[in-house]
Design a protein around this ligand. Structure first.
Ligand SMILES: C[S@@+](CC[C@H](N)C(=O)[O-])C[C@H]1O[C@@H](n2cnc3c(N)ncnc32)[C@H](O)[C@@H]1O
Length: 193
């Protein structure tokens, strides 16, 4: 019996203790790094909402954006995207002949958007940006944020300006067109009294 154990040990010698420890630490570190990366990525998406500034990151459907921009006509117009993310909406506006202006509060999204879109992208909180020169304002935020934004839009925008809200309605403003299937709502910038 004792001889068999001794024989199998010589066929498969155990790894040296030091190397075994290193291997264990390597696995633990990789798992810890992956977990930290996942947590940071989730926080990066959620932080605007967690800090009460606006919606977390998500992106509009290109079909919905095009439908709205074709309806209001954006060629030659100044189109703001409040919370522009990585610039999907700005790129569509640009491709349709508009002058796009993005506003983004997240530094990484702002940087990537600026590099990708090659247009004006302000690294600012949208509530601090003067919108009096906007022809069209695109918004993909959340209902509670839309309610706060509506007062600002009604106060600052020209009467001819349009507000396009994706996903959520903005009942405080005057609805002029909608596409419930694409979840797009188009408003004029006057208070719905
Ligand atoms: C739902 S995403 C919309 C992204 C893009 N507009 C689109 O439709 O694809 C909301 C974006 O708003 C940004 N955001 C949230 N609060 C903001 C604020 N107060 N000022 C500027 N950007 C804000 C977030 O960082 C996020 O990128």
């Amino acid at each position: 019996m004792g001889r068999r154990v001794a024989e199998s040990a010589s066929v498969n010698p155990p790894p040296p203790r030091g190397a075994h420890r290193l291997l264990e630490w390597g696995v633990i570190e990789v798992v810890a790094l992956l977990a930290a990366f996942s947590i940071l990525s989730i926080l990066h998406i959620l932080w605007p909402w967690l800090s009460g500034r606006g919606a977390a990151y998500s992106t509009s459907r290109a079909r919905a954006v095009r439908w709205a921009f074709e309806l209001v006509g954006v060629r030659g117009k100044r189109v703001y995207d409040l919370g522009c993310g990585y610039g999907v909406v700005l790129a569509i506006a640009k491709s349709m002949g508009a002058e796009p202006v993005g506003v983004e509060v997240d530094p990484l999204r702002w940087l990537i958007c600026k590099a990708v879109c090659r247009c004006r992208v302000l690294f600012r909180d949208m509530f601090e940006v003067d919108l009096s020169n906007a022809d069209v304002v695109y918004v993909f935020q959340w209902p509670s944020v839309n309610a706060k934004l509506a007062a600002k839009l009604a106060r600052e925008l020209k009467p001819t300006a349009y507000v396009v809200s994706y996903m959520w309605e903005m009942p405080q403003l005057k609805l002029v067109a909608e596409n419930p299937q694409l979840k797009v709502y188009i408003y004029q910038s006057i208070y719905n009294v």
